[in-house]
Design a protein around this ligand. Sequence first.
Ligand code: HEM
Length: 517
Amino acid sequence: MDFICAGVVLVLLLWVGSQLWALNRNYRAARLMGLPIVLCPFDPDSLTIPSLSTLSPPSLSASSSAPLLPTAAFAAFELTIWGWEFHDKAAVHERLGPAFVLVTTGLNRLICADPSMADAVLARRRDFLHPDITIKAMGLLGPNVVTRTVVTLLSSSPSSSRAPVAAMSYVDAISLVTELLVPAAFIPARVLSLPIMPRILQRLGIALRCLPHLTTDMLDHERRTDSPIVPDAGQTKITGQQDTVDTIMRTLVRLSDQARCQNDNGTHTSPDDKGSKISSSVASRTYLTEEEIAGNLFIFTAAGFDTTSNTMFYAVTLLAAYPEWQTWVQAEIDRVLGTMPESSGDQSPPLDYAVAFPKLTRCLAVMTATTQSLPSGQCAATPICVPAPCAVYVNTMALHTSPSSWGADALVFNPARWLQPGPREGAREVLVAPPRGIYLPWSVGPRKCPGQKMSQVEFVSVISTLFGRCTAEPVPRRGESMQQARQRLLDLTEDSQPGLTLQMNKSKDVHLRWTRR
Ligand code: HEM
């Protein structure tokens, strides 16, 4: 018995010793950076810690009615909770400065809200790489702009026998995979589909098994027919080609097939050349393989869908909570688009994007103000790895809300701060271009979001249509005044948690009444 106890104590001592040794090594490395240091005596990336992150930061803190941790311990622990940046805004940087290092027993974390440092880090894509976990999750369906490497494909996995394709649509499947990206990337589809799994995971399993075939079927359909595809996400009309709908998929397939023909210089290659070719010819070829098309379709749909729709959801909620901003934006919509017919917008001629979009600057300012205070499109901090032992987090939430950059009212939703008078007298207001590094919802440098303009156009078109025709207000609960209902909406937006994108925890409690104008 004594022998067993001694063994347990020895193992424990060895473990504690190894942790202290790692902490000391990382501390010494952090000292070299000359930045403020916060000590965290555990590894926040270990498996047990992320599960703690399901606790909301306020429930752990000393400020809550039943605090689990004393203030000092919470201050260090808080920095390891997933999504802490959203709740903290710029507070930690007000205390510690624009950049500091969280020293852990695993990987140190450099947390940066320094505009020029953020700009420099994001400009060096080759030096600051995404962590392996991101690459694996993003490369779920094939190599793409994010991974830019060859990854193992779902479609080439022996377990992916033909799944029931009709079980769900491509967009539904992508949407589910994006929502549950971590289990999707790390738990095999056949395990997820087991009857003992929760229903949502079983559905995810089906989505994963369907996706390669849904993608292949779409590409086959694309090559077989010239007729327009059933309207779906990401469609645009090509000017001058009557009734021709061009989608990202159609463009990718067409350009890739054209380039493949030129590359092959007459030699026949089946469009179905699988991943085996990727590594051998990747340097010389100028076309995308089937897997790369599939991977890029996935990443564009996943990166573009939630981000934009989420931003719209937050913006609509904020406009319903702030009637003064709603009136402000409606004045512009009425001026630019005229009062829309009462009956049906389907009868009215389509708006000319090139004419309308540049004039709807207030609508765009609503988007910039939303992405400033609620970074609904992206995580509040972007992790990037630098050579061991350090990861860099660009704290966009803090950059967007820093009083030194934005003034004392940095946290106030104020779309007008984003507009300035035009260059000539009487010219329309133009969007403010903030100094480098302080506003990064779409990132900057070589990692900059390729969908920025598309999401802005989508946003302006949806907001101008909705608020041109209707006015939104919250539905008050029993005994609640309109003012209280508006405040409740604002509280709901603040009760959010970043996942892949920021999500309201109680989004189903947002009840709005839409009245025709
Ligand atoms: C409000 C809407 C959006 C926001 C806030 C947003 C934000 C971002 C950010 C911050 C990044 C850089 C991520 C990183 O460095 O890890 C990014 C990348 C990306 N976004 Fe968006 N995005 C939006 C909409 C879209 C749309 C509509 C599309 C597609 C049509 C899209 C496609 C992509 C792709 C493919 C990447 C990866 C680029 C690369 O790594 O080279 N995004 N986005």
